[in-house]
Design a protein around this ligand. Structure first.
Ligand code: TTP
Ligand code: MG
Length: 355
């Protein structure tokens, strides 16, 4: 079944909290950041302040020039953190498949909650309602069939938006999307692309996968997919996986090294595919076997660096297998795993603190 993914992002998060807690600030240009005398930068600006051109990461001095009558407020990180926890708890009351990406932002996989009489957009509306009731804050929700499109849609109708990208509108949307709005296209790449005549999704769409690989290397295949609205990455909930492994049990016991190594190569590829879907890499590689009489053996190597590439995994497994395999004892099962995985730490991250 096609997935249903939500991306929810609070509107002008810190500034909205300040406006909520101080009614004098309602409807006013509010800038959360350091004092103008310090070398602080703007953490965020209310939508009223954004009209003056003020935005996150701008030096506060510059904000003062653009918006001299703005209300400049020192951040209260404890309050923001407490609101964030309430919001994340609401997400988790719907599904365990929650991937926070910042204090005010998360992906939810709600595929299993959707029914004929309960479309994903309705669930998104319920979550927006719950957040508003619990915190008096608005957010914007994006609904689609993958993470890339869900994130894109949540940003389309801020503030208090609820936007759905579906198969009927995805193509037009992507074709007119400025190239800088595609994930992974930072300022440097954006400039390079524009010099190459790639200004929007349509220009990207015209390029073949090979041309994109030639121009942008490893990022080529992803760009090719994004231009087509494809994104297979999964919503990673915080339960950190200890290892990712694949194994095969043979129909007939095997003793031929070449044959077994070919299988190990396939398993390495499968493990690598899964690692990259979760954006993980690990430094403990294990090969395990079960011999014909069910005796289990395994051998592990801890590398000084993390790997996720199929060939890298296979090369380590090759050595492990050769030192582990007893030529006189056929095996009935072989498995490959990569452990001690590293994943982005979501909830423990430090809040943006430029001040
Ligand atoms: P964002 O979601 O990027 O911004 P926002 O919620 O303020 O506004 P929007 O409606 O466009 O989503 O970031 C969330 C909070 O993180 C933001 O309120 C303040 C903080 N932050 C910083 O401190 N510095 C930064 O550079 C950014 C981008 C955010
Ligand atoms: Mg936000």
């Amino acid at each position: 079944m096609e997935r249903r993914i939500l991306h929810i992002d609070m509107d002008a998060f810190y500034a909205q909290i300040e406006q909520r807690d101080n009614p004098r600030l309602k409807g006013k240009p509010v800038i959360v950041g350091g004092k103008s005398s310090s070398r602080g930068v703007v953490a965020t600006a209310s939508y009223e302040a954004r009209k003056f051109g003020v935005h996150s990461a701008m030096p506060v001095n510059r904000a003062h020039q653009l918006c001299p009558d703005g209300y400049y407020v020192r951040p209260r990180f404890d309050v923001y953190r407490a609101e964030s926890e309430k919001i994340m708890a609401i997400f988790r009351s719907y599904t365990e498949h929650v991937q926070p990406v910042a204090f005010d932002e998360a992906y939810l996989d709600i595929t299993h909650l959707v029914r004929r009489d309960m479309p994903a957009s309705q669930i998104a509306a319920f979550i927006k309602r719950d957040i508003l009731e619990a915190t008096c804050l608005t957010c914007s929700a994006g609904v689609s069939y993958n993470k890339f499109l869900a994130k894109l849609s949540s940003g389309m109708n801020k503030p208090d938006g609820l936007t759905v990208i579906h198969h009927g509108n995805v193509h037009d949307l992507l074709m007119s999307l400025p190239i800088g709005a595609f994930p992974g296209v930072g300022q440097v790449t954006e400039e390079k692309m524009k010099q190459d005549g790639i200004h929007n999704g349509q220009d990207l769409f015209k390029l073949s996968e090979n041309e994109l690989i030639k121009k942008f290397g490893k990022r080529g295949p992803r760009l090719y997919q994004y231009a087509r609205g494809i994104d297979h990455s999964v919503v990673k909930s915080e339960r950190i996986r200890k290892s990712i492994g694949k194994e095969t049990t043979f129909e007939v016991d095997k003793n031929d090294d070449e044959e077994i190594l070919a299988i190990i190569r396939q398993l390495s590829q499968q493990v690598s595919d899964k690692l990259s879907r979760y954006d993980l890499s690990g430094d403990v590689i294990t090969v395990k076997m079960k011999e014909f009489d069910f005796r289990a053996t395994s051998k592990q190597l801890k590398l000084p660096y993390r790997i996720s590439d199929a060939t890298d995994i296979y090369n380590v497994c090759y050595d492990l297998y050769t030192s582990l395999k007893n030529p006189d004892r056929p095996i009935r099962l072989v498995g490959v795993s990569v452990g001690n995985l590293e994943e982005r730490q979501f909830m423990n991250m430090t809040i943006y603190d430029f001040i």
